[in-house]
Design a protein around this ligand. Structure first.
Ligand code: MN
Length: 509
């Protein structure tokens, strides 16, 4: 017998995304209007039911952003946040939102020390806020802020009062992330017995349980869940949209309107807009989410992917890619496939020697790039490729500063023909990498799939190590690395390496 949970099979769950509100409150994050519009359009493409676009009373810029998002005419409903204060609600209504989400602190600790109101006053404020919202004909959601640290009898009292006042949805926020799934399950089940409006939940990740608490709330009867892209939000963040949705779809068999094949793309767009890098080990969308290195696992996955992956969830479902990483744990199988894919033919003895060298490199603590693998293979096969490089770089010069547009000029032999190209960019690296890409004619164009920069030591003379992956029109990806004291030169060298190796692979294919 294999354990399964069928209770939520085919249950529909509404996805309420708060990347643009709680997510923007991530310490250190501030989004410009352009970035907010990009994210809102992407959330709509992803299929979220409701976008919490911001807190209009917070600033004129915020109000303008919410207004412009509401005017985009998206399929997603647009929600604005307000305290239980008339001017906050009016600011939301001015933006022409579909829904107003109004909140007030109900836990003793927040009520006494932040808003300094009695329990009765808080109930009165909540009721009149809900009435004011409903008088204007928009959907109303109410949140008892810090609900999970609120006395349950008082929580019931305020929930019943706002339900009577016409509130459409009650959100149960775990504002400071202190729940565990079994507690969340009981709390939501108990609340569901006292009110009949749909329940929503908003879980924070202070103990790493935001997603688990959210799914427990849904098991207990909640029909809507608040999430953010990449788990952004205050402190340790909110429940991550991708994780929550993939658990709902693939473990419970529940349904949402999310088009999961856009999850990876959405994560990367939000990463770029916010500047908050996601961890390599992040579930679903992280670099390693579908990566395999050890011989046992890669052999298994190459035979049948569900041997060492969830199986019910695949990289294709979330718009990600499976990756076999070569390193000290590499197996013969994976190495053989990787070099055959690049068009090399080896004998068993040569393959064994290539594997040894890969493990030696891995033992030095470095992942083995495609360029490393090909260089090793060429050495073992006695092929010398230095003079056959597609791009043979001759000169690189870069100008940058506070009063000029960063500009790079590159001179190189490309397929034997001398070319000189200049390019501008947002910085010297961007300008130089763009110039190298511009050396390539139609038919050899590549797309920069990944760029990673690491400083190897501490000072301003630190060695910069750049790893670049390029992808051609057929989806072939090749990565290469270079390390130099000069960050521009390290970047250019890594890109030229990657392009030369990619051209070589194409030539063999
Ligand atoms: Mn929050």
């Amino acid at each position: 017998m294999i354990y399964r949970n069928e209770e939520l099979r085919d249950k529909f769950v509404r996805i309420f995304d708060t990347t643009l509100r709680d997510g923007e409150q991530t310490p250190g994050v501030s989004l410009g209007i352009r970035q907010k519009l990009i994210i809102a359009e992407q959330l709509d493409k992803l299929g979220v039911d409701i976008i919490e676009a911001g807190f209009p009373i917070a600033s004129p810029g915020e109000k303008d952003a919410v207004t412009r998002i509401a005017k985009l005419g998206l399929n997603s409903q647009i929600c604005g946040l307000s305290r239980v204060i008339t001017k906050d609600i009016d600011a939301c209504l001015d933006c022409d939102v579909d829904m107003v989400h109004t909140f007030v602190s109900t836990s003793d600790v927040q009520r006494i020390h932040t808003i300094e109101k009695s329990r009765e006053e808080v109930v009165e404020l909540a009721v009149s806020a809900v009435q004011h919202i409903k008088d204007h004909g928009v959907t109303c959601m109410f949140s008892a802020m810090d609900a999970t640290r609120t006395d349950i009898d008082y929580l019931t009292q305020i929930h019943r009062a706002v339900e009577q006042a016409g509130c459409d949805v009650i959100n149960v926020p775990d504002t400071v992330g202190v729940m565990v799934p079994s507690m969340m399950y009981r709390l939501i089940r108990d609340i569901a017995e006292t009110v009949s409006v749909p329940l929503d939940t908003h879980c924070h990740n202070d103990y790493g349980l935001a997603v688990a608490n959210s799914t427990a709330a849904i098991e207990a009867g909640a029909s809507q869940v608040q999430v953010t892209i990449n788990g952004l939000g205050e402190r340790a963040g909110n429940a991550d949209l991708a994780e929550t949705v993939m658990i709902l779809h693939t473990i419970y068999g529940a349904k949402t309107n999310i088009e999961t094949e856009y999850l990876f793309e959405t994560s990367r767009i939000v990463e770029q807009c916010t500047g908050v890098r996601i961890p390599q080990l992040m579930p679903i969308v992280g670099e390693n989410a579908f990566a395999h290195e050890s011989g046992i696992h890669t052999h298994g996955v190459l035979v049948r992917t569900d041997t060492f992956e969830p199986g019910v969830m695949t990289p294709e479902m979330v718009g990600h890619k499976r990756r076999i990483v070569l390193g000290k744990h590499a197996g013969r199988h994976a190495v053989k496939l990787a070099i055959e894919a690049a068009g090399f033919q080896t004998t068993n003895e040569q393959l064994a020697e290539i594997l040894n060298r890969i493990k030696e490199l891995g033992d030095k603590g470095k992942p083995v790039t495609d360029a490393d693998l090909y260089a090793i293979t060429e050495t073992i096969l006695g092929e010398v490729s230095k003079k056959e490089q597609f791009i043979d770089l001759k000169e690189v010069s870069v100008m940058t500063g506070n009063i000029i547009t960063p500009t790079a000029a590159v001179k190189a032999y490309v397929g034997g023909e001398l070319r000189v190209v200049a390019n501008t960019g947002v910085g010297p690296v961007d300008a130089a990498l763009g110039a190298v890409q511009n050396l390539l004619g139609e038919g050899t164009k590549v797309h920069l799939q990944d760029f990673k920069l690491e400083a190897i030591s501490g000072g301003s003379d630190a060695l910069a190590e750049v790893t670049i992956a390029v992808e051609d029109a057929d989806g072939r990806i090749v990565n290469a690395r270079a390390a130099r004291e000069d960050i521009v030169m390290a970047s250019v060298e890594a890109l030229v390496n990657a392009i030369n190796r990619l051209i070589m692979v194409r030539g063999r294919a």
